[in-house]
Design a binder for this molecule. Structure first.
Ligand SMILES: [Zn+2]
Length: 138
């Protein structure tokens, strides 16, 4: 199973973005290098519904440019499920833009949010493992 690594502070940033958007879905890009995440790039959801999102093309292009300029790569596209389990829906699989990108889903179904990373191949999802790295306070 493929493993990705996420610093706790970035994980909190991710959760916070999704929580701010509730009850609507949030979405954005996860950037990094190899399997290590180094940046969260929220996108503005203009659909304002609980199970779909729409982001303007110009915003997507600008965000991708920001990621490239920061010498990072897009590793995954993330979105939230405000009230359902963290599994990709048929629609999620259908709309996934690129099999080279992972699909990250954050679920707010229960009080403690859950996060899942999937690899998508031909509209089929496979779970990857995601490790949250605790901050070193020593
Ligand atoms: Zn979804």
């Amino acid at each position: 199973m493929e493993t990705y690594y996420l610093q706790e502070c970035l994980y909190e940033e991710l959760i916070q973005h999704c929580q701010t958007c509730l009850p609507y879905e949030a979405c954005g890009f996860i950037a990094g290098e190899n399997n290590i995440i180094s940046g969260i790039y929220p996108l503005v959801n203009e659909a304002k519904t609980v199970n779909r999102f729409f982001v303007r093309k110009e915003i997507v292009h600008q965000t991708l440019l920001d990621i490239t300029n920061a010498n990072k790569q897009v590793l995954a596209v993330y979105h939230s499920h405000p009230s359902t389990h963290p599994h990709p829906s048929q629609l999620d699989l259908y709309h996934h833009p690129d099999d080279h990108l992972g699909m990250v889903i954050l679920s707010f179904q229960s009080t403690i949010p859950t996060i899942k990373w999937y690899k998508i191949t031909n509209k089929t999802s496979t779970s990857c493992s995601l490790v949250i790295l605790k901050e070193d306070h020593s």
